[in-house]
Design a protein around this ligand. Structure first.
Ligand SMILES: Nc1ncnc2c1ncn2[C@@H]1O[C@H](COP(=O)(O)OP(=O)(O)OP(=O)(O)O)[C@@H](O)[C@H]1O
Ligand SMILES: [Mg+2]
Length: 264
């Protein structure tokens, strides 16, 4: 098992190779999480019963889903900067540490490459829904669900170069849980409707907008934008996307109050 840093600097780890188990833990729960229920009755668990608002409860929820046999796919949706990647890295690590091997597979690996965005004239809107290969992501999720006898390789997204990297994340046969996350997991149109269907559950990460925008802007600066460019990018690119994402919140199987989890 190896420990490494995600390109954006949040500590997590990835398996060093196909033979190794999934992620190791990046940060421990402080038992102060809040998860709450809402919405449909599709989930295998009640979305309200038994919720005590703790990170430990989230882990128990996934463990219960895994008892049904088969590989569990948990999706985490939410606005840009809401903490999806941080939560996914923590969850995969904590599950692995608890004896349920889990791998974090970001939807961001399905960003179109710059060469294609240039061709489409969409490079200046990277992050909008049409700048992802949504059908490719759906095909990966279906493979992850069905192809449990082979290593399935997923792409990562490198924030330093802002490009997807093919074959970067091995999901070994013994991975019992895949935690995936991205902006558009709950969108109503295609292929996103089928993306939700391919998941066992999709959660929505909530975070106060003021904190979210502050963290998002800081991260853009950390990865090379000037403060002015960062503010402009958030206003012109990220926030129009956020409006569409926020509208999908009610479709989630579970709402997670990210900041009360106490992970970073
Ligand atoms: N508890 C915390 N305190 C302070 N900063 C945090 C905390 N958790 C996460 N962050 C930072 O907030 C930023 C956004 O978090 P993260 O990358 O997990 O969000 P995201 O929803 O995946 O964003 P995106 O949609 O852009 O991929 C990151 O720079 C991360 O390091
Ligand atoms: Mg992210």
């Amino acid at each position: 098992m190896s420990r490494s840093a995600e390109p954006d600097g949040s500590a997590t780890s990835r398996p060093a190779g196909p033979d190794e188990s999934a992620l190791s833990r990046s940060a421990g729960p402080d038992e102060s999480a809040l998860s709450r229920s809402a919405g449909s009755d599709q989930s295998a668990l009640s979305r309200s019963a038994g919720s005590d608002g703790s990170a430990a409860w989230l882990l128990d929820r996934v463990r219960a889903l895994a008892r049904g046999g088969g590989r569990v796919l948990i999706g985490i949706a939410g606005c840009p900067g809401a903490g999806k990647s941080t939560l996914a890295g923590w969850l995969a690590g904590a599950l692995t540490d608890a004896g349920l091997p889990a791998v974090w597979v970001p939807m961001d690996g399905y960003h179109l490459a710059d060469v294609e965005l240039e061709r489409l004239g969409r490079r200046g809107r990277k992050g909008a829904v049409d700048t992802f290969d949504g059908h490719g992501y759906l095909a990966l999720l279906r493979r992850l669900r069905a192809e449990t006898g082979d290593v399935v390789y997923a792409p990562s997204f490198d924030r330093e170069i802002e490009q997807p990297i093919a074959g970067a994340i091995p999901v070994p046969p013994r991975a019992r849980v895949v935690v995936s996350e991205g902006n558009y997991l709950l969108l109503p149109g295609e292929p996103w409707r089928r993306v939700k269907e391919a998941m066992t559950e999709v959660w929505y990460a909530d975070l106060d907008d003021r904190i979210r925008l502050e963290r998002l802007t800081t991260r853009h600066v950390r990865f090379g934008k000037t403060p002015d460019e960062a503010v402009r990018w958030v206003a012109e690119v990220d926030e129009p996307n956020a409006a569409a994402i926020r509208a999908t919140r009610d479709a989630a199987d579970l709402l997670v109050d990210f900041d009360r989890l106490g992970i970073s």
